[in-house]
Ligand binder design. Structure first.
Ligand SMILES: [Cu+2]
Length: 129
């Protein structure tokens, strides 16, 4: 798994789609390879530009899915749970979204990829500074 992430990250770097300083995480979900790159490393309170790459089992970019970024922070003392959702928009062969993190600390990010009536969810944990 680690190796796959490394190879994917290097491919994207070589293609100049992401920058070496990006925060990059990858996961398999529903037969897809999902890579999420955030332009802030570590992710920050405020706006973070998110680029999402979705590849199918044969390594082809999936460009006809609906991609939604769902990000949430569980309840903490003095803070109710927070949940936000934004559509990622296809740009070239990847999906772009802006994630506005309202507070420092741990966030759960669920990237929901819907296609042909099926939804795959890639879950990531990030820590905003
Ligand atoms: Cu909080």
């Amino acid at each position: 798994m680690k190796k796959i992430i490394l190879v994917l990250a290097m491919l994207f770097l070589a293609a100049n789609v992401v920058s070496a300083k990006d925060y990059i995480v990858a996961k398999k979900a529903g037969g897809y390879d999902v890579v999420m790159a955030i332009d802030k490393n570590p992710p920050v309170v405020g706006n973070n530009n998110v680029t999402i790459f979705v590849k199918d089992a044969s390594g082809k970019n999936v460009t006809d899915a609906r991609v939604v970024v769902d990000y949430s922070m569980p309840a903490m003392p003095g803070m109710p749970p927070m949940n936000y959702k934004t559509d990622a928009v296809l740009q070239g062969s990847e999906y772009k979204a802006v994630m506005n993190l309202s507070m420092a600390g741990p966030w759960n990010v669920a990237v929901k990829i819907s296609k042909a009536g099926k939804t795959a969810i890639a879950k990531f944990s990030i820590d905003a500074r």
